[in-house]
Design a protein around this ligand. Structure first.
Ligand code: MN
Length: 478
């Protein structure tokens, strides 16, 4: 069977998180649920109204451009993209055609080896939203979203697998979130990915027939739909059949792609420069302080990933869990700030993920009561005293509940029995007095431990903590 290479390019739209819309001062609020309240004559396309550019939206798209190593245009302009659709009140979308704000950038996939080139990023306005009646009799239009600032990023066809495409999209979302440019929640349509895909024989020069996939509403769906298409097209070509150029959607219940008639098919948009907006000069003189925008970039995911992996004992999965939530990275780093030793960092990291995040309800540790000093002291004690988890875990929980100092807690509690000389003497006695069970235990008869614990408990008249005794015995018997 012939081997085929998939070639994938992406067009990604993301709604920007500005206060107001792209060309008017109606609210840009994705959480407004009442329809048609964040509207005005401008975003409703009434005649005689004039758009005004939202400077913040332009600045945000420029910051995204800088974050992706793009060239920022000296001069840029808006254009009209003409088409009719009920969610587009003006009959055209103000977009950018030949002079986008950003061009020629790069995004490195996690791992830093694969580079995906970015062709352009431009700014436009979002459409309204259609709500279809379930009997298919009518559709309602909600214009709250009409005119919301929307960035569109176009990649070169540098991707070659479903997995890498997902990695690209996830990394882009991280970048947008780190910048605060977009919430980029795919399920809410704040980030929308269109996939252009073709497959061709390994050493064939020209690309195969392109299909477009739209309305993919999660990263998993993007990955599944691409994997499905690669498979489907491979089979067709192997059977000597042809690929039909098409726009496809994804059927989540059947897990397959289907042909979708598109409003944009074979369309001539008759782009022309937007006559109601002047071209924009991106320089200080015209109000755009590009060097300040560049300086405003936070540490980006790839830099953070490299720094975290050098500094902390994090598995790839844990690093990603943190990287997806910039606030949580800060929490983690803040809590780790007083911990120097490698072993201590390992302990603290284990307890951060396996205990603290669980105690905080499985999510963010943003409001945790635990301080970096407590976590530092805790991990120092655990390492110095060689505490097993049987003792360390309750100590951590007690520290969490009481807010106490772990050094004090361990002394004032049952836990201190680990340091109790008298108890250690009793244990030594029991071990010499019961050579038989000791030998049994060493041969692998684990129940023998319970007998020995019982003997120690009897000698302390029940005062000892059986869990502590068990741990101490285990330690001695090793
Ligand atoms: Mn677009």
């Amino acid at each position: 069977m012939a081997k085929y290479i998939p070639t994938i390019g992406l067009e990604i739209h993301a709604e920007l998180t500005t206060q107001t819309k792209m060309f008017c001062d109606s609210l840009n609020d994705p959480d407004t649920h009442e329809p048609n309240v964040n509207v005005c004559p401008i975003c409703m396309g009434h005649p005689g109204t004039l758009p005004v550019v939202n400077k913040k939206a332009v600045e945000e798209v420029i910051r995204v451009g800088y974050a992706l190593g793009c060239t920022i245009a000296d001069v840029s302009k808006f254009d009209r993209k003409n088409y009719f659709y009920p969610d587009l009140p003006k009959g055209y979308q103000i977009s950018q055609y030949d002079m986008p704000f950003c061009s020629e950038g790069n995004l490195k996939l996690p791992g830093g080896k694969t580079n995906i080139r970015i062709e352009r990023i431009h700014l436009e306005e979002d459409t309204g939203r259609l709500v279809h009646d379930k009997d298919g009799k009518y559709s309602l239009v909600d214009f709250n979203r009409a005119g919301v600032p929307l960035m569109e990023l176009v990649t070169y066809p540098d991707l070659h697998s479903a997995k890498d495409t997902r990695l690209f999209a996830e990394e882009l979302r991280r970048i947008l979130r780190y910048l605060g440019a977009s919430y980029a929640n795919m399920e809410k349509g704040q980030m929308r990915i269109e996939v252009n895909l073709s497959i061709a024989k390994e050493n064939q020069k020209e690309l195969g027939t392109k299909v477009e996939m739209k309305n993919l509403n999660s990263f998993r769906v993007v990955e599944d739909a691409i994997a499905y298409e690669i498979d489907r097209q491979t089979k067709l070509l192997d059977e000597g059949k042809k690929i039909v150029q098409d726009t496809l959607g994804w059927d989540e219940s059947k897990k397959l792609t289907f042909s979708q008639r598109s409003k944009e098919e074979a369309h001539d948009y008759r782009y022309f420069p937007e006559p109601d907006l002047p071209s924009l000069h991106i320089d200080k003189e015209h109000g755009f302080d590009t060097s300040a925008l560049k300086k405003s970039l936070p540490e980006l995911p790839q830099a953070k990933r490299e720094r975290l992996s050098k500094k902390y004992p994090l598995s790839e999965a844990r690093a990603h869990l943190l990287l997806d939530d910039p606030q949580e990275v800060n929490n983690y780093e803040e809590l780790m700030s007083e911990i120097g030793g490698t072993k201590e960092r390992q302990i603290a990291t284990e307890y951060f993920f396996n205990e603290l995040r669980v105690l905080e309800g499985g999510k963010s540790t943003k409001d945790t009561k635990i301080t970096s000093k407590q976590l530092g002291d805790f991990s120092t004690i655990v390492v110095k005293e060689g505490l097993s988890s049987t003792i360390a875990r309750p100590l951590f929980r007690k520290m969490y509940e009481t807010g106490g100092d772990p050094t004090e807690l361990i002394k004032s509690d049952d836990l201190k029995q680990t340091e109790d000389e008298e108890l250690k003497n009793i244990i030594r006695e029991v071990l010499t007095e019961h050579a038989g069970p000791v030998a049994d235990y060493k041969k692998g008869k684990k129940q023998a431990l319970q007998f020995l614990v019982g003997q120690v408990m009897a000698k302390t008249k029940g005062k000892a903590n059986p869990q502590v005794v068990g741990t101490l015995l285990e330690k001695k018997l090793k």
